[in-house]
Design a protein. Structure first.
Length: 271
């Protein structure tokens, strides 16, 4: 069960499997009963709303009982570190080095390619590095099920753009530089906050923006991204920026050379 907080009143949204067993009013117990959850809402595609029943500070309990929500295709072999040691390793590796705020259902995986050393090296070469807050949502990973691309609807994702990001975008454009986004979620946040070409609105917001070929980019010039699944909104966004045929050729090369796909996979730079 994957938990995402809805509000400060103890209400959470969860992604459950098998979800059909979690009907309205069902009680779920964690940690031998240390934490209980009551199902208060039933949604589609395995989603449920729950109320967590616990007195006191939830955060230490969730830290102790929770496990890193690795994608299901990441398998774990028996480790000399043991279960607790493997969990500590996953918490460190399946996270960007610049992560701050809680709220994502998964790591923004393009950022996993960066270490502090790489970021410092970029800065010494005169490349500006600024950060925004992203809360990756379930919808990022949902396949396109609609009959046509135009009918697909993205789920809302939250973001916050600080003043230094907006200022950095304007400076880059003023001197003829490029804005390079790390990850598709960053692209959606920046393009959703675009006021006009090269200008970005400061503050918190949500985006339901679906980017597919034909989209006119106002902020982002280049993208560092991993290799994505077919029939995904992520692949549509990549094709919109890089060009459909160029992306097809890149994926043919990746398959031929046995590149690694998905979260812990290889990446490419599109511009």
């Amino acid at each position: 069960m994957l938990l995402v907080q809805i509000d400060s009143m103890g209400r959470w949204e969860v992604l459950a499997r098998p979800a059909r067993r979690l009907r309205m009013g069902t009680m779920v117990h964690f940690g031998g009963g240390e934490l209980r959850a009551r199902v208060t809402g039933v949604g589609e595609l395995g989603k449920r709303a729950v109320e967590l029943l616990h007195e006191g500070n939830l955060e230490p309990l969730l830290e102790r009982l929770g496990r890193t929500p690795l994608p299901p295709y990441i398998k774990r072999e028996p480790s000399r570190l043991g279960k607790s040691g493997r969990e500590r390793e996953d918490r460190e590796r399946y996270q960007t080095v610049y992560a701050r705020a809680r709220g994502s259902v998964a790591a923004p995986t393009a950022g996993l390619h960066f270490t502090r050393g790489i970021l410092d090296e970029l800065k010494t070469r005169g490349i500006g590095v600024v950060e925004l807050t992203l809360h990756v949502g379930y919808g990022t990973f949902q396949p396109i099920r609609a009959e046509t691309v135009e009918e697909h609807r993205m789920e809302a994702e939250r973001y916050t753009i600080p003043p230094e990001v907006s200022a950095s975008v304007e400076r880059a454009r003023a001197r003829g530089g490029r804005v390079v986004a790390v990850g598709t979620t960053t692209v959606r946040a920046l393009e959703s906050a675009a006021l006009e070409p090269g200008k970005v609105r400061v503050g918190a917001g949500t985006t339901e923006l679906f980017i597919y070929p034909g989209f006119r980019f106002q902020v982002v010039d280049a993208l560092l991204t991993n290799f994505h699944l077919p029939r995904s909104s992520l692949l549509m966004l990549v094709s919109a920026l890089g060009g459909v045929e160029a992306v097809r050729q890149a994926y043919r090369e990746a398959i031929r050379e046995r590149y690694r796909f998905y979260s812990y996979g290889d990446c490419m730079l599109l511009y």
